[in-house]
Design a binder for this molecule. Structure first.
Ligand code: PHE
Length: 458
């Protein structure tokens, strides 16, 4: 049976636009801010390897599954799960998957916006010339001055949330296409310039070795690498599903997913190559935590030819990359409010924005007044503050869990003729995809979970 539903929110004008929008969602702070610092904290090499394996074996198949489910349901993830579970004659309980995604989106955006605020503030810092000739101590000082000031953090967080609300209120499609078409290639060019600088530090190979030579990794490290594969590709919470619901029929989901995953991974690896040589050349700590890029990149910009201009442009683009991700984080919730509550997009975006902004205050305070308030959950984590906990619970638990259920839904709940019809691809590709989502993804996610709580040991 062919699905004939139409989305009330409209459609992308072509596959290219979908690829651009989904890449805009995928490429963000996850690639440039988060990947280097968690790779640094978890010892590099093996972490990167596990992450790459997860992208290939779990990420791409789940991206195909999410897009496929979205396009078939043509509604917000909550209503899509409702419609498809009915259509397949299955339990209504699957709507919970949509709800979990909406909650994960809120939680992620609340801290994402705070970090995007750091990037916003760095635009002006860099432009003012504050980093020219800067020393390691100098960058550390500038960074800690920023994060220990709750008022400044709150102001930047507020500005970023307002920016996000404006785009979401206008409808995700307006402007996004043009923005991403121009921004992504420019971001790539600036990243390449930073990598070129790193090559001149005399420590480039040390950085390469750190990123690609296998070493030790903990069970936690494996969980974080897998969680990051979901986070960086925007999977497991409905963002890609809702973008899939705007995708015209008869466009290849397989090709689009592979292109998006390659672009996303490429940006992350380039960011790593740009940052680690600077870390080693300046005696910094690879495990310096969330501040890593804010303590390393300014050194590059402070010492390269035309660094003030390049650096300013870099942080502007980083903010854009974060922006195009942020809007996808609340789009599932906004689409649902519009569909079910008959709310107009503007109200929906404003309400959700205010709610998320409020929650973000917890993350603002995590870097200063509340930084010492930490807690531990046996087996899962130790001494995490509010921000660390949100990040851990969303990226490492909620997204993989969402992904696990998406895999189960696509391969065990939906009938083969529905998924075959919707994916509309070569038999061999379909068979490989089906095998991966039916067995490999669920087993891998479950094994990593069991390993972390100590039931099994890898
Ligand atoms: N993929 C985005 C990034 O790497 C974050 C994100 C996660 C966006 C989940 C949407 C959904 O920055």
């Amino acid at each position: 049976m062919t699905s004939t539903r139409k989305s009330i929110h409209g459609q992308w004008s072509s596959r290219l636009v979908f690829i651009l929008a989904a890449t805009g969602s995928a490429v963000g702070l996850g690639n440039i801010w988060k990947f280097p610092y968690i790779a640094g904290e978890n010892g590099g090499g093996t972490f990167v390897l596990v992450y790459l394996l997860c992208i290939a074996l779990i990420g791409i198949p789940i991206m195909m599954a999410e897009t496929m489910i979205g396009r078939r349901g043509r509604q917000s993830p909550i209503n899509t799960m409702d419609a498809l579970s009915k259509e397949e004659g299955r339990s209504h309980g699957w709507v919970m998957l949509g709800w979990m995604g909406v909650v994960a989106g809120f939680l992620i955006l609340s801290y994402y916006s705070v970090i995007a605020g750091w990037a916003l503030s760095y635009i002006f810092r860099t432009a003012s010339g504050a980093f020219i000739g800067v020393t390691t101590d100098g960058v550390n000082h500038i960074f800690s001055e920023l994060v220990t000031d709750p008022e400044r953090l709150l102001a930047w967080h507020t500005i970023f949330m307002v920016m996000t609300m404006i785009v979401v209120a206008r409808g995700v499609k307006h402007g996004l296409e043009k923005a991403v078409r121009f921004l992504m290639p420019t971001l790539l060019a600036l990243l390449l310039m930073t990598v070129a600088y790193s090559m001149t530090t005399g420590h480039f190979m040390e950085g390469v070795r750190f990123l690609f030579t296998p070493g030790k990794i903990s069970g936690q490290g494996v969980l974080i690498a897998m969680g990051h594969a979901f986070f960086t590709l925007s999977l497991g919470m409905g963002a890609i599903m809702v973008y899939g619901s705007y995708l015209p029929r008869h466009t290849s989901i397989t090709q689009a997913s592979v292109i998006i995953a390659i672009a996303d991974t490429g940006v992350a690896l380039l960011a790593g190559l740009a940052i680690f040589p600077i870390v080693f050349a300046n005696g910094l700590e690879p495990g310096a935590g969330p501040g890593l890029i804010f303590k390393t990149l300014p050194i590059a910009f402070g010492h390269m030819e035309a660094g003030t201009m390049i650096g300013t442009a870099f942080f502007i683009l980083l903010v854009f990359a974060a922006w195009t991700s942020a809007i996808s984080l609340i789009e599932p919730a906004v689409a649902w409010l519009v569909e079910n509550q008959g709310m107009n997009r503007i109200y929906a975006a404003v309400w959700i924005g205010i709610f998320t902004w409020f929650l973000g205050i917890g993350s603002v305070l995590s870097f200063n007044i509340w930084s010492e308030y930490t807690w531990s959950v046996p087996f899962l984590f130790e001494n995490k503050n509010f921000f660390d906990t949100l990040d851990f619970v969303t990226a490492n638990l909620m997204l993989p869990l969402g992904g696990l259920f998406i895999a189960i839904f696509a391969a065990w709940v939906m009938h083969e003729n529905s998924t075959r019809d919707e994916l509309d691809t070569y038999n061999i590709i379909y068979r490989i995809w089906h095998f991966l989502v039916k067995y490999i993804t669920p087993i891998a996610v479950i094994i990593v979970f069991l390993n972390v709580i100590g039931v099994i040991s890898l």
